[in-house]
Design a protein around this ligand. Structure first.
Ligand code: Q46
Ligand code: ZN
Length: 309
């Protein structure tokens, strides 16, 4: 296949776009998709300050590089989760990436926050990934609010979004369905959240990272489970293969036809929020879930140490 732009030999073919690109032109395709996402979903402007959540993977680092190249005022935020065999290498990759591109970076250490993820694994009787995800979202929002940022950007791509939408639909989880989308406006206690890569698949982001020579963190987290999420992605990979463009249609259809109905319903039945009595983050339960987890870890750890004598 020839490059849709310059007619040289294409190195990436994109059936869902009926196009292909050579190594020089592909990043331009990527840039256009990100520009379109930001403009159509009213994500942010060049006058605003954007905090970008950086895990060290291909999506977040590609997002950071692309937003900086487009002239946005971006600062990276990396959370060092304290997971042996995974967190140290993720942090090294993120720090090296930001320093080599001259990008601003903040690092939050969960060890210093008194809540490293291995303690969750050891002392909280719940799936570690759901607690870890909650903790990360809590701190991303907290730091964005405290730092006066206008938006928090994450590297979720189309495959992530479709897999999550599919999982929420299978459970008819109306609260999550009302809250899913490429732009979540700011509201009391919550910063605006945006996903500028939502039009791009995992494959498309991986190509960008590769062609830009980004060194990514790829060591798997030893606690990763994600079985259902992975199988949903495989299922959608098969559907997309048979009918290119279906993933994007499904997601766009939800945004136009499904989300407004779920959002209206949640506005009626959703519980009111107030600041957490411990940390002031918004919660419907007096003390927020992260502060309650912290207390559970503290109590169970103390009990375990006492039992050891
Ligand atoms: S870091 Fe945390 Fe992931 Fe590890 S414990 Fe699970 S959620 S797998 S992206
Ligand atoms: Zn709290």
């Amino acid at each position: 296949m020839k490059c849709s732009r310059c007619k040289k030999l294409a190195c990436v073919t994109l059936p869902s776009h009926h196009s292909g690109f050579c190594a020089e032109c592909y990043p331009l395709f990527f840039t256009r998709q990100v520009e379109t996402a930001i403009r159509r979903e009213k994500m942010f402007t060049h006058e605003e300050r954007i905090l970008v959540a950086l895990s060290g993977g291909k999506d977040s680092l590609s997002l950071m590089l692309e937003l900086a190249a487009q002239g946005y005022d971006v600062t990276g935020l990396h959370i060092d989760l304290g997971i042996p065999g995974s967190s140290p290498s993720a942090r090294v990759k993120v720090e090296a990436f930001c320093s080599s591109h001259g990008l601003k970076l903040e690092v939050l250490e969960m060890e210093k926050e008194g809540l490293p993820i291995p303690d969750i694994k050891a002392y909280v009787n719940r799936p570690v990934c759901s607690v870890c995800g909650r903790i990360k979202r809590h701190h991303f929002n907290r730091i964005a609010m405290e730092g006066g940022y206008d938006a928090l950007a994450t590297g979720h791509n189309l495959d992530d979004e479709v897999a999550r939408l599919f999982a929420n639909t299978l459970r008819w989880d109306t609260a999550y369905l009302s809250d899913q989308g490429p732009t979540l406006p700011a509201r009391e206690g919550f910063v605006r959240k945006v996903k500028p890569l939502f039009r791009l698949s995992e494959f498309e982001t991986a190509n960008y990272a590769f062609l830009k020579g980004i060194e990514i963190h790829s060591a798997a987290c030893p606690y990763a489970s994600g079985a259902s999420f992975t199988s949903h992605k495989e299922l959608w990979g098969e559907l997309e293969h048979r009918s290119p463009g279906q993933k994007f249609q499904f997601y766009q259809g939800f945004l136009k036809k499904g989300k407004p109905a779920f959002a209206a319903r949640e506005a009626e039945v959703g519980e009111p929020l107030a600041p957490c009595v411990e940390c002031a983050s918004p919660t419907s339960a007096g003390t927020c879930s992260v502060c309650r987890i912290k207390e559970t870890v503290r109590a169970n750890k103390a009990a375990a140490l006492a039992a050891e004598g």
